[in-house]
Design a protein around this ligand. Structure first.
Ligand SMILES: Nc1nc2c(ncn2[C@@H]2O[C@H](COP(=O)(O)OP(=O)(O)OP(=O)(O)O)[C@@H](O)[C@H]2O)c(=O)[nH]1
Length: 599
């Protein structure tokens, strides 16, 4: 057990790509926490997908032993936090478990939207903050300007910011010293009853559910009988360990310490992040405040392209859900797509990550239906229904009104692109709330419907600003608007997977774009195919796909059999990605592409 005065618990907050993981790697490596031989780049990004996409999804933790310049041995616990907007809520939770933050800002980029969002979360958690300017090796680095920006925009003294290059290792010893000297030691009472915060949990195939805790008061030991105060569940502690980042068993954990335990817990869902863990026999008097559970905000249907793969999909989804309590699913059946699942996600990126994992790790070809937000349908009877799937909208004669979720979006953008960004927000039914300047960048705050953001807002924002804008959002509440369900009919058959809620004033435009896109995406058949968009039986847009007699082998004049076969095989493979709707085959790609609103 380490003395409180020699513990420092901290997290690293940064905008995506500003170098948080690289810095974490350097801290781990330079203190010899992991031998050079075992050092994989981006040690903390465990999953392949995270590595490939370069984003950190789950919060990870590492305990670093550090001999400071004063000759003393310190224990530094780093809780790594996810950087992407979908996971903002996990960031705020893990921050409650530590006392300080390193604020990493790319010295060539400056403050971005997630820098702001994350640093405010850290300040909300009463963190002491050490600004760190990274990437000073880059010729474009402007540490002085960025220092001034941190002071102007965030209001944080950056005069003694640490200048580093996480890539080359320059300045890393200064970061370690700053952690010890400038961040506060944790507080706690060793003799008080046990009070520990449940910070995170995950499923390990060998150990079962692993629970990450931060001890506030008291001491937890292997073999103890503990109780989770919110759920009331009781467990015996089988294993107690610290993460270096590999598990190293310890006999006990005292105040200020961070570690894991296991105790025959079956599902991640049995553990509530933010719950208080105490001794069953001698509980603490008052539980920690606890957190709201994170709720899914974006829903979509996932269906196997080949309906024979439904059971495979079910078992894959069940396995994924073991480890990700923020992802929800229930069985769904669709006239057009057969059996599948309606799944809920924290945001679009979360959706993409889960879909990719299902396809890649489990080898299942999927059809993803239009992502939808959760609407509140107020019935004339006074009942309020949560609508996760536009196809389930009740008969309108019974509906009084529909409310949609709204967000507060913060966008930072260089001046040159401001006009385009304002136009984009305006086009998406946004209401401007604030427009301020931070150096050569404008900061705009918009009230927007989440519905208009889930499809491709972020992609559009990136493309119109050549990647220079940054974006962050939080959900603010629900508001009534003139929302209707738009259906799409292909060859006079409704395709429920393409139903969506739209604002009445924008329905014609959306319908037209959708029909045009489908006309491009659906291959010609031997007969004419009408493609229509309709609201409650009234057609608002229409395209017709002309008939075609398709002879794919026509080009292979004469005898080249192998070439002919190749072409036929190719066509067969293409077919796999198609779905039959009545007499029409619709390629899987159409479901995703048709939903993108512009461009
Ligand atoms: N030139 C230079 N590049 C750096 C430095 N630090 C990080 N990078 C590069 O910047 C990119 C992003 O770094 P990451 O550490 O993955 O960024 P991150 O903030 O952890 O990103 P997320 O995990 O996605 O939030 C990588 O390509 C790094 O190699 C640095 O000091 N100098």
């Amino acid at each position: 057990m380490t003395q409180l005065s020699h513990i420092r618990n901290f997290s690293i907050v940064a905008h995506i790509d500003h170098g948080k993981s690289t810095l974490a790697d350097r801290l781990i490596q330079s203190t010899g926490t992991v031998s050079d031989r075992d050092m994989k780049e981006q040690m903390l990004d465990a999953m392949d997908i995270e590595r490939e996409r370069g984003i950190t999804i789950k919060a990870n933790t590492v305990r670093i032993d550090y001999i400071a310049q004063d000759g003393d041995h310190y224990v530094l616990n780093l809780i790594d936090t996810p950087g992407h907007v979908d996971f903002a809520y996990e960031v705020s939770r893990s921050m409650q478990a530590v006392e300080g933050s390193l604020l990493v800002v790319d010295a060539s980029q400056g403050v971005e939207a997630q820098t702001l969002a994350n640093v405010y979360t850290a300040l909300d958690a009463d963190h002491e903050i050490v600004p760190v300017l990274n990437k000073i090796d880059l010729p474009a680095a402007e540490p002085d300007a960025v220092r001034a920006q941190i002071e102007d925009v965030i209001g944080l003294d950056a005069s003694d910011a640490v200048l580093i290059s996480a890539k080359s290792g320059l300045g890393i010893p200064d970061v370690l010293e700053a952690i010890v000297k400038r961040l506060p030691a944790p507080q706690g009472d060793r003799d008080a009853p046990l009070k520990a915060m449940l910070v995170d949990s995950w499923y390990d195939p060998y150990l079962g559910v692993v629970v990450l805790i931060r001890v506030m008061d008291g001491v937890i030991r292997k073999g103890d009988n503990i109780r989770m105060m919110q759920t009331g569940a009781k467990y015996g502690i089988d294993k107690l360990a610290v993460l270096k980042p590999a598990m190293v068993d310890v006999p006990e954990l005292g105040p200020g310490e961070i570690g894991i335990f296991t105790g025959s817990i079956k599902q991640v869902r049995d553990t509530k992040v933010g719950d208080t863990i105490t001794h069953d026999k001698k509980p603490c008097a008052k539980a920690l405040p606890g957190f709201k559970p994170s709720v899914p905000v974006v829903f979509c249907g996932l269906f196997p392209v080949d309906s024979a793969e439904f059971e495979d999909l079910r078992s894959a989804i069940e396995k994924l859900a073991l480890n990700d309590a923020s992802f929800t699913y229930e069985m769904e059946s669709s006239a057009a797509l057969g059996f599948g699942f309606r799944c809920g996600f924290l945001g679009l990126l979360h959706l993409e990550v889960v879909r990719d994992r299902l396809e890649r790790e489990y080898g299942i070809d999927l059809i993803t239906t239009a992502p939808s937000v959760v609407y509140h349908v107020h019935m004339k009877s006074g009942e309020v229904i949560e609508l996760h799937n536009p196809a389930d909208l009740p008969d309108l004669t019974h509906v009084d009104h529909v409310e949609e979720p709204r967000i507060k979006a913060t966008i930072l953008v260089p001046d040159d692109y401001l006009g385009d960004v304002l136009k984009l927000c305006q086009d998406r039914r946004g209401i401007q709330q604030e427009l301020t300047y931070a150096g050569a960048r404008a900061m705009v705050v918009y009230d927007l419907p989440l519905n208009e953001v889930v499809f491709d807002f972020y992609d559009r924002l990136k493309s119109i600003t050549k990647g220079y804008a940054s974006f962050d959002y939080e959900i603010t509440g629900y508001r009534q608007d003139n929302l209707v369900k738009m259906q799409v009919l292909v060859n006079d058959e409704p395709v429920d997977a393409l139903s969506m809620m739209v604002h009445r004033d924008r329905a014609e435009g959306r319908g037209r774009v959708m029909c045009e896109k489908l006309k491009e995406l659906i291959p010609r058949h031997m007969f004419k195919i009408p493609i229509q968009a309709a609201i409650g039986g009234k057609v608002i847009a229409r395209e017709t796909l002309a008939a075609l007699r398709k002879d794919v082998t026509a080009k292979c004049y004469g005898g080249d059999v192998s070439r002919k076969r190749k072409l036929l095989d190719k066509q067969k493979a293409g077919k796999k990605k198609m779905r039959q709707f009545g007499k029409v085959e619709i390629p899987q790609q159409a479901f995703i592409s048709a939903l993108k609103m512009d461009g």
